[in-house]
Design a binder for this molecule. Structure first.
Ligand SMILES: Cc1cc2nc3c(=O)[nH]c(=O)nc-3n(C[C@H](O)[C@H](O)[C@H](O)COP(=O)(O)OP(=O)(O)OC[C@H]3O[C@@H](n4cnc5c(N)ncnc54)[C@H](O)[C@@H]3O)c2cc1C
Length: 407
C-alpha cells in the first residue's frame, strides 16, 4: 500500500487529492493500493478570488462535499513540521492532539499569505486575504454608520495598486455609500510605484485609470504607508488621512511550510519544482499552487493565482498517483495565461498573454469575470463522477471563450 499526503485544502490541494484518486482509478489499481489523505487547517475551500466582494463569509465550499464522495480521507489540523528524510509530517489536530502522519509521496499545497508590513500600528490594518479577514472588514464597514464620529468614518485607504488592491478599491466606494447615506465618501489608493498596476504593464492601464476615476478614487502615488492607528493613516510624505479603514493588499508570500522543505526557494518563498512539479532535489515531495515556482508556457514562471493553482493541483495529483504506481509522469502544460480584473461598477478588463494585451473591457469583461468567479473556480460537490471528470489534468479552464475573444 502507498500513501499520498496532501497538505492544504485550497484550490491546489483539493485538485491534487482528486487528481491522485483519478490516477489510481485510471490505472485500475485497487482502492487500498493507494490511499489519499488531505490535511488542512480549514473545513472549507475558501474562494479567495472572491474575497473582495460582498458577503465574503459565503465564499466557501465544504471540503467534505468534494473530498468525501471520492474517498479522500480528510484530517483537520495545522501542520507544524515536515521531515523529508523520515517522510513524516507532524501536526496539531483540531482537538489539540499531536499528530504524526507518514507518507510515500507528499504534495505541499499550503498556499500563500499577504505579507504583514512592519509599520507602526499594523494591527489596525484590514485585509481580504482570508475568509475571517474579509469578513472582519465587511463587518467593520457595515457598522461605520452607527459608530460615533464624523465624516472620516466614510473614508477608506487601500494600500497597494496591484490585482487585489484594484479589485478592492473599486468596490469600496459603493460599500461605503451604502452606510454613509448622504454624507461624503472618500477612497484613497496608495501605491509606492509611480503608477497603478505596476506589475500589470501598460496594456490595461487606461481601463484601470478610467475605472478609478469613475469610482471617484483618489490616487496617492510614489508613497507608502508609514503608520496607522484607529483614526488615521500617515503616509511616507507626511500626508495624514483621517480614516477608520485602512486595507493592506501588497505583497504575497508562499506559506512558511516551504521553509521546512530543503529545496531552493524564489524571492517570494516558492519552491523550485521540475516540469512534473517535483520539488527539485527532494525525493518524494511535490509542490503545487502558491507554494510552487512552476514554469508555464514560454518559460514564464506561474503567477500565484487560482488560474495556475488548479491545473498544478490536478497535475501534481496525477503525477504522485503515477509515481507510486510506477507509471510515467506528465509534464505541466497550463492553458495560455489570461487575466480578468474586476474594476467595480465600471466593469472589468480581460487581457491575454504575458504582455497583457487587452481583449475585452466594460460589461462584457465583467460578465466573464462573473462566470469565472461564480462557476469556473468552484469544484462540483456531492458527485464523485463530476469531481473525478474535472480532476483530469487534461481538462483545464473552459478558456475557448477567452481565446475566441482574443482571436
Ligand atoms: C482577494 C484576492 C483576489 C484574488 N483574485 C484572483 C483572481 O482574480 N484570479 C486568480 O487566478 N487568482 C486570484 N487570487 C489568488 C488565488 O486565490 C490564489 O492564488 C489561490 O487561492 C492559491 O491556491 P492554493 O491552493 O495554492 O493556496 P490557498 O488558496 O492559499 O490554500 C492553501 C490552504 O492551505 C492551508 N494551510 C496553510 N498552512 C497550513 C498549515 N500549516 N497546516 C494546514 N493547512 C495549512 C490553508 O488554510 C488553505 O486552506 C486572489 C486572491 C485574493 C486573496
Amino acid at each position: 500500500m502507498s500513501s499520498i499526503l496532501v497538505i492544504g485544502g485550497g484550490f491546489a490541494g483539493v485538485w491534487a487529492a482528486a487528481g491522485a484518486i483519478r490516477a489510481r482509478q485510471e490505472a485500475g489499481a485497487a482502492e487500498d493500493a493507494v490511499t489519499v489523505t488531505l490535511i488542512g487547517a480549514a473545513d472549507d475551500l475558501a474562494i479567495r478570488p472572491r474575497l473582495y466582494e460582498d458577503d465574503p463569509q459565503g465564499k466557501r465550499v465544504a471540503l467534505d462535499r468534494v473530498l468525501g464522495p471520492i474517498g479522500v480521507r480528510r484530517i483537520p489540523g495545522i501542520v507544524t513540521g515536515i521531515d523529508t528524510e523520515a517522510r513524516t509530517v507532524s501536526a496539531l489536530g483540531r482537538d489539540g492532539s499531536a499528530l504524526e502522519l507518514s507518507y510515500d509521496r507528499l504534495v505541499l499545497a499550503s498556499g500563500s499569505r499577504v505579507l504583514t508590513p512592519l509599520v507602526e500600528g499594523a494591527e489596525h490594518l484590514f485585509d481580504v486575504d482570508t475568509l475571517p479577514a474579509a469578513a472582519a472588514l465587511e463587518s467593520h464597514v457595515s457598522r461605520l454608520g452607527t459608530v460615533a464620529g464624523g465624516d472620516e468614518r466614510f473614508t477608506a485607504v487601500v494600500i497597494g495598486a496591484g490585482f487585489t488592491g484594484l479589485e478592492v478599491v473599486t468596490e469600496l466606494p459603493a460599500r461605503l455609500r451604502a452606510v454613509a447615506g448622504d454624507r461624503p465618501v472618500r477612497v484613497v489608493l496608495v501605491e509606492r510605484a509611480d503608477t497603478v498596476g505596476p506589475e500589470l504593464g501598460p496594456g490595461p492601464r487606461p481601463e484601470i485609470l478610467a475605472a478609478l476615476e469613475h469610482a471617484g478614487v483618489e490616487l496617492a502615488l510614489n508613497v507608502s504607508l508609514q503608520s496607522v492607528d484607529r483614526e488615521r493613516a500617515v503616509l511616507s510624505d507626511g500626508t495624514v488621512i483621517p480614516t477608520r479603514t485602512v486595507v493592506w493588499t501588497a505583497g504575497m508570500r508562499a506559506s512558511a511550510l516551504t521553509e521546512l522543505i530543503p529545496g531552493t526557494r524564489d524571492a517570494i518563498g516558492r519552491l523550485e519544482v521540475d516540469e512534473h512539479l517535483r520539488v527539485v532535489g527532494v525525493d518524494g515531495v511535490y509542490a503545487a499552487g502558491d507554494t510552487a515556482a512552476a514554469v508555464a508556457e514560454g518559460g514564464h514562471v506561474v503567477m500565484q493565482s487560482c488560474q495556475h493553482a488548479v491545473p498544478q493541483g490536478k497535475l501534481a495529483g496525477a503525477n504522485v498517483g503515477a509515481d507510486v504506481l510506477g507509471l510515467p509522469l506528465v509534464p505541466f502544460a497550463p492553458n495560455p495565461y489570461v487575466t480578468c480584473l474586476s474594476l467595480g461598477p465600471y466593469g472589468a478588463v480581460l487581457t491575454t498573454g504575458w504582455d497583457r494585451t487587452v481583449a475585452q473591457t466594460g460589461d462584457e469583461a465583467k460578465k466573464l469575470k462573473h462566470t469565472i468567479n461564480s462557476e469556473w473556480i468552484y469544484p462540483p460537490i456531492d458527485d464523485a463522477g463530476a469531481i473525478l471528470t474535472l480532476a483530469d489534468h487534461r481538462t483545464t479552464w473552459p478558456t475557448e471563450a477567452v481565446q475566441s475573444v482574443s482571436a
